[in-house]
Design a protein around this ligand. Sequence first.
Ligand code: 5GP
Ligand code: MN
Length: 342
Amino acid sequence: MREPIEIFERLITENKDITIISHFNPDGDAVGSIMGMKWFLESIGKKCIPILPNPIPKTIDFLVNGNEILYYTLDRLKVSQALSASELIICLDFNKLSRTEWMEKEIREAKGTKVLIDHHLSPDTEAFDLIISEPGSSSTCELIFKTLMETSFTKGDVLNLPHKARISLATGLITDTNNFSNSLSSYTFIMASELLKSGIDFNYITDMVQKRFSQERIRLMGHLMSETMIVYKEIRGACTILTKQDKARYSFRDGDSEGFVNIPLTIEDVDVSGFFSESDGFVKVSLRSKNQFSANRFANQYFNGGGHEKAAGGRLFIPIGEVPEYFQKSLEQFLHNEKAQQ
Ligand code: 5GP
Ligand code: MN
């Protein structure tokens, strides 16, 4: 671990123009990571531009004051200019460039040195010059914090990180662990403790992230769980469907369905929960699992995706009406194959 950190430190020291990138449909860990890295790098005199493929959901808007982030969907030209001018490109919270959607080709072709800091399984080793990868980390924010604490910039003192960087990194820690309930590592609590000691207000962050929803979101949640969730008891799966029609009916905004996939997983008879959201040209898939079920392998094999062992995602290219049957058949087949391999 020491050597990659030393290389990372050298790359930061030697380069001035830096871009920081995270994935399509950014979540709390993605935004926390790029903003945490930005505030840190600026505190040591670097010029850096955070870039995202598309805008952030309202739940994490408190991390951004104005127009600090460039969005590819809104400012394609500026993104291209920033990418081609940057000496160092720091990629955060994704394991392969396709997770940046339309930006993939330009990042691949950019001349700058590419660094990846990430906690997903199986990073694409061909696409980056330096990889700091720890699938055991709860969040990329945790891995960034741990990495920065080991550099000579901070000398292990949390107060050497600016306040805004600490709030940003705390946000990813809170959101990716679902408020300290999953993917925990022992370092998760060391980081939380250090941040609390340094004066970071965790209650403020959870109020911002988890307690600012619209009334329609709660009604949509009730509707989906009562009317669309199907539990397949024999195969221990649950499938929940969000159609475009329901999105319109409940004034759906990006981020509104965050966390819905976790609800059916609380049922005793369910080991895997699939949440399917009808989007333009595809169905967005979210999977969560418990006990020994591998959401990552299931996503890989049947849903054109991947992620973590117990939280994964992907895409389907079938009509939304066909999803429950596809989910059921895939789960039966998957369980059959997993059993055969044991
Ligand atoms: P979520 O269900 O919160 O959208 O995603 C859960 C996890 O699955 C995330 O860690 C994310 O990186 C991964 N994931 C989500 N969507 C995709 C996808 O389309 N492709 C891949 N490879 N991973 C995804
Ligand atoms: Mn993450």
